[in-house]
Design a protein around this ligand. Structure first.
Ligand code: SF4
Length: 326
């Protein structure tokens, strides 16, 4: 059976963007593959962050993932820093990764341009991602378009390692490409991100969902109720596709293009569907939140399993590298 690996940063509460763009798919993949999912706190510390809240955000992210439908009996969920072999393999992979490839990564260039002093960890971020995947010899990775470049690099790193140390040592992981268009922030400008304050939290109340959805950006060319709109450029339509039935999506498309309704009616239908779909998620989150010791136990079990898998890989890695084993 194919093994899937994917990770998410511990940004606290899950928001609509990461649910629609990744986690909804993670839940579905559990039925088909052996899935290993990680809360990647070592990735999170490559950007400015508050150490006082990192652990609480990690736990809150675990609550969100479990509430969204990750089932500990069907997948492995763990915290990246609880498996020290991630950092060890990353160091090894650094030795076969060309510097120029890292400097060409779009995400590195974007983030580095916004910082006065660029930490080396930001440059090496994709090497840690490669280590995350290869440590478990995962051969499938669910990705959106924006992560394809990093996965391509992970494949190349695996290839270079294999050339140097043994044909077929690591599988070259294949993407499971998400067909979902990326959900933008409520401002319609940038990707939905907690740091930009343009999110809807997955566990927010029905009133909060509506309060945020109501003023959200739509097709900017649709200035009045009488103007026909273009759903293909509207973020609300993208979210409809994740929460509304195919008949409703077709109805939205028609009503928008013919100016058959106003954006507020369109958003109300979406809000009702979202609230109904997310009600059980909110209920499960309340249950998990009431038992933090059980959440920590799930993460502990996941980390124990991953440490065993990771150590098995690292024993082989150390052997082929020729490191002294006495
Ligand atoms: S009617 Fe709906 S899909 Fe069309 S622009 Fe308004 S919110 Fe977007």
């Amino acid at each position: 059976m194919h093994r899937v690996f994917s990770g998410i940063q511990p940004s606290g509460e899950l928001h609509l963007g990461n649910y629609v763009g990744a986690v909804k798919n993670w839940v579905a993949l559990q039925a088909e593959f052996e899935c290993v999912y990680s809360i990647v706190d070592l990735h999170a510390i490559t950007q400015p962050y508050d150490p006082a809240v990192l652990a609480a955000r990690t736990l809150e992210m675990a609550v969100g993932l479990l509430a969204a439908g990750l089932d500990p009996s069907r997948c492995t969920l763990f915290v990246q820093s609880h498996v020290p072999q991630h950092a060890e393999l990353m160091w090894v992979l650094n030795t076969v990764t060309p510097l120029g490839h890292l400097e060409r990564m779009t995400q590195f260039k974007d983030k580095a341009a916004r910082q006065e002093s660029v930490p080396a960890g930001l440059l090496n971020y994709p090497v840690l991602q490669a280590a995350d995947i290869l440590l478990y010899r995962a051969d499938r990775v669910p990705v959106g378009e924006d992560q394809l470049q990093h996965l391509e690099l992970a494949r190349e790193i695996a290839h270079k390692f294999n050339l140097r140390f043994g044909e077929g040592f690591f599988p070259e992981p294949e993407p499971i490409l998400s067909t979902t268009k990326r959900v933008l922030g409520l401002d319609g400008q940038a990707k939905m991100s907690k740091s930009l304050g343009n999110t809807i939290g997955l566990l927010e109340s029905p009133e909060e969902i509506w309060a945020k959805l109501r003023p959200a950006m739509t097709d900017p060319a649709r200035k009045t109720r009488k103007d026909p709109g273009d759903p293909d450029v509207c973020n609300i339509f993208t979210i409809h596709k994740a929460f509304s039935s195919s008949e409703q999506v077709a109805h939205v498309d028609r009503q928008c293009r013919t100016a058959g309704w106003g954006c507020l009616e369109c958003k109300r239908l979406l809000a009702d569907n979202m609230i109904a779909a997310l009600a059980p998620v909110r209920e499960r989150a309340a249950e998990w939140r009431a038992r933090p010791e059980r959440v920590r136990e799930v993460l502990g079990d996941g980390a124990a399993r991953c440490r065993a898998l990771a150590e098995a890989t690292m024993v082989e890695v150390r052997r082929v590298l020729g490191l002294a084993s006495w």
